[in-house]
Structure formats: structure tokens, C-alpha cells
Write a protein that binds this ligand. Structure first.
Ligand code: 6PG
Length: 248
């Protein structure tokens, strides 16, 4: 897999570097297009990053008025449920930084996976087809944050799942395998993720080393490791807080 890999000594250093990465992406996107579309991932790893973005010195440097937030996936729970990916961002960023309500494109997953996926796909379509005084052109996401599960999933795209073969819809219902606390979910699909200008994977913890090495050694996309199917049109970067050996 052609990707840039950056290894950090610990989760804090990785998160601070990720905050700088997002600031740079935001500045470039707003300069060039007047807007910055950022897709947040869920799970535990990005919590420190989100808290940094909601704190000085980062929060004063972010162009919040021009930053639009989306999610890679969401669990089908109410937005104030501790398992909600939206709630993690609300507590760390939206409750602390001046983000306009209209810039937060939450997945209404409490409606159930089917209706929520349809509503989110419509909202993505409305947002990504730009006609504000410019030519109609298809926007892509400026930056997509993703994690990797120990089973190789990313967003809520799980090994062998039907969602991996979706080519039309931007968001679809998903079902996590047995053993996951919240199984009913909504996820972005690969076509919209792979149109991104940038994908930043944040992966933390020695327990992820094996799956990341397998992923990086794959000659091509493999449904058994869905994260390997993320091959964005733009740059693809892995920030890791563990080593994966010499990649030259
Ligand atoms: C989710 C995430 C998911 C996550 C990985 C890694 O909703 O769970 O979007 O794809 O990024 O499972 O999760 P951790 O950071 O908790 O290891």
C-alpha cells in the first residue's frame, strides 16, 4: 500500500502532530476554497486529538466558522449516549470551540441504520454538490480521519461486509460482528472516502501493530482487511505510536 507512515514515541506526540496536520489542511483548504470539510472517526484513539483541537494553542488557530464536520461512521444510539461518536466530539470540541451549529453534519443514527443512512447520504449530496455562486462541481472531503480496528476494519466497514462493495450510496447501514457492544451502525462507503483529498489514519497501541503491518504489506485492497481498501485520490498518511519496521 502506497502511504506515508510516521511513527511517534507515544499517543500524546501522535495526537499533537495530528492536530498540526489538521490545522495545515484547514488553512490550505480555506485559502483555496473558503471551506474545510473534516470527517471525524470514532473510537478511543482520537479522543486526545479532539481535546487538543478544543484547547489552546490549537483552538485559536482553527478556522471554525469555515470548518464543516462529518463522521466516518456512527453507532445507532442517541447522541448523548457515551458510545456515540458525535458525543465524543461534542464534549471535546463543540462544547469548547465556536463551531456554528449549521457546520455540524451529525449522523442521526438514533433513527435506526436505514433511515439515518438515507438522511446522511442526502445531506452529503447537498453539501458536496457545490453551487454557491460557483460552477457546479463535486466537492470532496478535505480531510478524512480514520482508525483501524484489531480486525482490520475502518469506519464501520468490517471484514467481508456487503458495505465494502457499495458503489452508489455515500452512506449505508452496517452491522458490527458478534462481540461489539453496539452492532447497528451507519458508515461512509469506500467511493466517498476514496475521493478525499487527504486521509489520516491514527492508530495507537501495540495490539494494532500486527494488523497494520499486514495492511501495509498487502499488494492491493483486500476485503479481509477493509482498511487496505482505503486508497484516496489524495494523500494517505498513517500516524502510529508504535514501530512497523523499516518500510523502505
Ligand atoms: C468506531 C470507529 C472505528 C474505530 C476503530 C478503532 O466507531 O468504532 O469509527 O472505525 O476507528 O474501531 O477504534 P479505537 O480507536 O477505539 O481502537
Amino acid at each position: 500500500m502506497e502511504a506515508m507512515i510516521v511513527q511517534f514515541p507515544d499517543p500524546r506526540a501522535m495526537s499533537e502532530a495530528a492536530a498540526e496536520y489538521i490545522l495545515r489542511a484547514a488553512g490550505e483548504s480555506v485559502r483555496e476554497r473558503g471551506i474545510f470539510s473534516l470527517v471525524l472517526s470514532g473510537g478511543e484513539t482520537p479522543r486526545t486529538l479532539y481535546h487538543l483541537l478544543g484547547s489552546e494553542p490549537f483552538t485559536g488557530r482553527m478556522p471554525w466558522a469555515h470548518t464543516h464536520f462529518f463522521w466516518s461512521d456512527e453507532r445507532c444510539v442517541p447522541p448523548d449516549n457515551p458510545e456515540s461518536n458525535f458525543r465524543i466530539a461534542r464534549d471535546a470540541i463543540f462544547s469548547r470551540a465556536p463551531v456554528p451549529e449549521r457546520n455540524i453534519h451529525r449522523i442521526p443514527a438514533e433513527w435506526g441504520a436505514g433511515p439515518a443512512a438515507e438522511a446522511y447520504s442526502r445531506e452529503l449530496g447537498d453539501f458536496l454538490l457545490f453551487a454557491e455562486g460557483k460552477s457546479n462541481y463535486l466537492q470532496t472531503f478535505d480531510c478524512v480521519l480514520l482508525g483501524v480496528g484489531a480486525d482490520g476494519h475502518t469506519a464501520s466497514l468490517f471484514p467481508g461486509a456487503p458495505a465494502l462493495r457499495e458503489r452508489e450510496r455515500s452512506a449505508v447501514p452496517a452491522r458490527a460482528p458478534e462481540g461489539y457492544r453496539i452492532r447497528e451502525r451507519v458508515t461512509l462507503t469506500l467511493p466517498i472516502i476514496n475521493r478525499a483529498r487527504r486521509v489520516l489514519f491514527l492508530v495507537s497501541g501495540e495490539e494494532k501493530r500486527r494488523i497494520v503491518r499486514s495492511l501495509l504489506d498487502l499488494p492491493g485492497p483486500d476485503e479481509r482487511i477493509p482498511a487496505s481498501m482505503v486508497r484516496p485520490a489524495g494523500e494517505c498518511v498513517f500516524y502510529l505510536d508504535f514501530g512497523v519496521g523499516d518500510r523502505s
